[in-house]
Design a protein around this ligand. Sequence first.
Ligand code: FAD
Length: 392
Amino acid sequence: MTEIVVLGAGYAGLRTVRELSGTSNVHITLVDRNSYHYEATALHTVAIGTNEAEHITFDIQKAIPKDVTFKQDNVTRIDTQNKTVTLEKEATPLQYDYLVVALGFESEDFGIKGAATYGLPLQDIESAQAIRKHLEERLAAYNDSHDERDLHIIVCGAGFTSIELLGELVYRMPSLVEQYHLPADKIQITCLEAMPKILPMFDQKLVDFAVQFLADHGAIIHTSTPIDEVTDHSVISGDNVYEANTIIWTTGVRGSHVISDSHFDQKRNRVAVTSQLTMKDHPEVFIIGDSSAVPDPASGRFYPTTGQISIAQATHTAKNIKASIDGTPLSDFTYKSLGTVCSLGPTTGIAEIGDSGRIKLKGRKVALVKKMVNDRSIMEESGFANMMRNLS
Ligand SMILES: Cc1cc2nc3c(=O)[nH]c(=O)nc-3n(C[C@H](O)[C@H](O)[C@H](O)COP(=O)(O)OP(=O)(O)OC[C@H]3O[C@@H](n4cnc5c(N)ncnc54)[C@H](O)[C@@H]3O)c2cc1C
């Protein structure tokens, strides 16, 4: 029996076990620290409170094929020499013939002073719920504290996640103002970005639409504003001090800490893999999703880390593992993007879809596209019942 161990039940891990299920003479073990899968692409909605965690999570055990063994445990270390994986609770390390590392992303603080202590990261369900709790507590506190910093929210970074989060925030803010009887004119939503431009993957006209939409709804983006330090009540950039009691840290992501803890050759906890998605010198170890850096043969650069690409890598990995078991050559991973959709709250957004982003969309129809993509993902990974529950 060939032992295949898959680490992480995110987009990449779940798709891998689904594609490998039914292969004869293999035993598949899937490990995740949670009993549930979460739709990472919707974490910002839980963070702002436009969505509940139960709408973007589902039970892993119920979603996976019957021939897959699921272990809920924390992966602490991978030993590629002895082909073992150490778990936190299980005394005996897991032994593998093939390993798929799909441990996903963590928030990146770039070593900026105070960011890890005072910034609220967005990296999983708990951190999303912590942001919501903090935000609502600070707003609720204002009527007693009269501290205007309780009404100020700073979002650090203006990448994809930050912009989607800002979209949810400006959508929900009017109802929060009403709920907590707040002075609307004193609410301040500020986004700080080091780079001179935001969302470089989009056409400038779409970016302008997004920036204007956010500004019209009270969120101001400051570009060319690199963050030097975060304190308990402020974010400092050069001589400027931006004051707020809610500081959300979404400047970017890195791969899993397990990658560096296992002493892999890595950059920001991402391993540069071969075009067959294997670790150099370890053809039995596949690293996919946000913990990997995968070369794009067309551009010579690495593919971006997205859910879409993670799923495509998983399908390819399963194919390559089956080829390796059969003794046939492994194939190179290539990927063609289906498009990019950036929501600005639940009712609007911007998108480039089709060949090379040929179709450019903005406004309400984008929200519909985003919802369709999300519902399709839930249906594919967890089945029809979960999608219906999510729609209700
Ligand atoms: C707010 C937001 C919006 C996004 N929107 C989009 C979008 O619209 N389209 C798109 O394509 N991408 C989007 N992305 C990016 C996308 O979510 C990631 O690229 C994707 O989640 C990566 O998939 P993955 O399978 O590598 O990892 P993940 O989805 O991060 O899954 C990793 C899994 O590993 C588990 N795990 C981690 N560490 C351990 C450990 N030590 N032990 C055991 N288990 C562990 C976790 O519990 C998790 O289940 C978005 C990301 C965010 C944050």
